[in-house]
Ligand binder design. Structure first.
Ligand SMILES: Cc1ncc(C[n+]2csc(CCOP(=O)(O)OP(=O)(O)O)c2C)c(N)n1
Ligand SMILES: [Mg+2]
Length: 601
């Protein structure tokens, strides 16, 4: 019987402590895997249980005492992986995930794809029924054994393995660790045969010293190419820097800003990557983008040189900026993502024209360019920024009002956005430090927002920051039971649901298809609206031990609701606030346009 104790560990987080003395003897195959997790100092392992790794589960509890790593139980494998993704986004470090044989892996697959596209590290421990058929239990072990389980996800992990003995586990896990923790990052998968886990060890197993198998240092572009890039940059009069996926440390942040200032270069940021430079810096040319905006396009078309520092879709942004025509200026690209391109998926994006390729870690390239460029700061005029739009008044709620209410309630407390739903007003909430915003989910897999938010809040627990995930209602509802993990372990996250009662993104797609075909765009909501009933998301949160506020339907109620929400999270408890935002603004315009277009047709 487990004796549960609540212990404070940075806030109100709880860990489940096993009763009785631990068996510290390394006696079973799975103890070897558990030891490796400990020796690699992995703090957490998110999981949903399964008999294929009951051996490991026992080792984590009765051998290691549920410490380093500590279990975070999840109600769905997709959440376990998303939590690891959020943790990695916030810390740059991998945590572990355990997934039951094939079915658990299948459940986790979409989230692994997200983490892969987001280039985030994590060590996924999987399991299979006994590879040796003679050891399989009837039926269940047969349906839960696959010949090549790693094959399910091999196209979107960096490396995978299935060690064939307990003795082979340390090397397999060391290599997995080295692979995932070295840039360019990606998830790795080590599948443990149930029979090997459950076999009693004969001889003691040797454990190499992890210090001799450390992650690799960031790779650097060759000096000649750096010199060539620096020469071209120094000669450019109107360079623009596209800051994409980079490291989330203060030193790297400062160097990125210093590079732009040294060159007098305009900067652009990508919502997919999150906060990489201050978006209210005088040289920041436009609000962060997902698709190219007009101001960002104008900045690129005005440039006499374009420098990409790890931009995620360089080919795509250049296509948009130059209307698919030839790019008329030199392009320098710093990055090493090319090492992960495998052809199965197309997340390498369009092939960009690149005149100088700095093949190395983007931030290392920034440091090397700074060292190679002449000293002194080039003068450049500040970018003229349009005045922030006034909030629209009225009783129906829009996201600008929501952002203002959150700003008022948060006061001086720094906020980390783990997710930003469509339409969030970044102009009134600039990104000012590397943890301001952690970027998008990577693979566009809806349902990831709650788990990513929990992982980020877990990482930032006790840091004094407020972790806020601004989630679409569709995204939130798809993984609403991820919240249980936040409630269960006291992970202080604020889930802010921008609830438009719709898969609104796809409503817009239906509208555009209907328009293209001369059909009625006003029908776009059919098969898309999440209304009548609108799920009562705050009650769903409450049912899982998370404070639920809302639905908030009137602007006048925002201030008090956010005060309560922020106080709750500051006290170390998770909270969800469900705000019904106005989908009608777009709808009304569309309906009148629809009338016109139908009248025409
Ligand atoms: C797993 C998955 N299913 C479906 C989609 C297609 N899809 C993309 S955006 C979207 C709508 C998401 O709705 P919501 O989170 O409420 O955001 P909104 O568009 O309303 O702002 C859907 C269904 C997807 N990307 N991923
Ligand atoms: Mg929605």
């Amino acid at each position: 019987m487990l004796d549960r104790k609540d212990r404070g560990s940075g806030g109100n987080a709880r860990i489940d402590e096993p009763a009785g003395a631990l068996d510290s003897r390394i006696g079973w195959g799975s103890d070897v895997a558990a030891q490796m997790l400990r020796r690699l100092e992995i703090p957490y392992i998110a999981l949903n249980p399964g008999a294929s790794y009951r051996g490991l589960h026992d080792s984590l509890v009765n051998h290691l005492g549920n410490r380093t790593p500590e279990m975070l139980m999840c109600l769905h494998e997709e959440h376990a992986v998303a939590i690891a993704q959020g943790y990695a986004k916030a810390t740059g470090r991998p945590m572990a995930v355990a997934l039951h044989s094939n079915v658990g892996l299948m459940h986790g697959a979409m989230a692994i794809f997200n983490a892969w596209c987001d280039r985030q590290p994590m060590l996924i421990i999987g399991a299979t029924g006994p590879v040796d058929a003679a050891l399989r239990r009837p039926w269940i072990d047969w349906i839960h054994t696959a010949q090549d389980q790693g094959g399910l996800i091999r196209n979107f992990v960096k490396w995978d393995d299935q060690p064939g003995s307990a003795e082979a586990i340390p090397e397999s896990m060391l290599r997995a660790w080295q692979q995932t923790a070295s840039a360019p990052h990606g998830p790795v998968y080590v599948c443990l045969d149930a029979a090997i886990q459950e076999k009693e060890l004969g001889e003691p197993v040797a454990f190499p010293d992890p210090a001799r198998y450390r992650p690799l240092a960031p790779s650097r572009a060759d000096a000649g190419t750096v010199a060539e890039a620096a020469r071209r940059l120094a000669a450019a009069e109107r360079p623009v820097i596209l800051y994409g996926r980079c490291r989330r440390t203060r030193e790297d942040w400062d160097r990125r800003v210093a590079l732009a200032e040294r060159l007098g270069a305009r900067m652009l940021s990508d919502l997919k990557a999150g906060s990489m430079v201050p978006t209210d810096h005088p040289l920041h040319a436009a609000n962060p983008i997902n698709k190219l905006s007009q101001p960002a396009k104008a900045a690129l078309r005005d440039a006499d040189l374009i420098l990409s520092i790890g931009w995620i879709d360089l080919g795509g942004v250049l296509h948009q900026a130059f209307d698919k025509g030839e790019v008329p200026v030199p392009v320098i690209h710093a990055g090493q993502d090319v090492h992960l391109h495998n052809g199965w998926g197309k997340e390498h994006m369009a092939l960009p024209p690149v005149d100088v390729h700095l093949l190395g870690d983007p931030d290392a390239c920034v440091a090397d360019l700074l060292a190679a460029l002449p000293a002194g700061t080039r003068q450049a005029s500040a970018v003229a920024k349009p005045a922030a739009r006034e909030e629209e008044q009225g009783s129906a709620i829009n996201l600008r009002q929501v952002a203002r209410a959150l700003q008022d309630a948060a006061g001086d407390t720094p906020v980390t956005f783990s997710a930003l739903a469509r339409g969030w007003p970044v102009d009134i909430w600039p990104h000012r430090d590397p943890l301001s915003y952690l970027g998008k989910d990577g693979g566009g897999g809806v349902g990831s927002g709650p788990g990513i938010t929990i992982g980020a809040a877990l990482a930032l627990k006790g840091s004094g920051r407020l972790t806020v995930g601004v989630l679409g209602d569709g995204d939130c509802m798809m993984s609403i039971n991820a919240l249980w993990t936040a409630g269960r372990y006291g992970i202080p996250a604020l889930f802010l649901v921008a609830n438009n009662r719709s898969y609104y993104n796809d409503e817009l797609h239906q509208e555009s298809v209907a328009r293209q075909r001369g059909r009625n765009p006003a029908n776009r909501w059919i098969g898309q609206s999440i209304d009548h009933p609108a799920p009562d998301i705050a009650r769903l949160a409450e049912a899982q031990g998370v404070e639920g506020i809302g639905p908030i339907t009137e602007a006048k109620d925002l201030a008090s609701a956010f005060e309560r929400a922020v106080a709750c999270v500051k006290a170390g408890r998770p909270c969800l606030i469900d705000v019904h935002i106005d989908p009608g603004h777009g709808r009304k315009i569309t309906e009148s346009m629809a009338d016109r277009s139908m009248a025409k047709g």
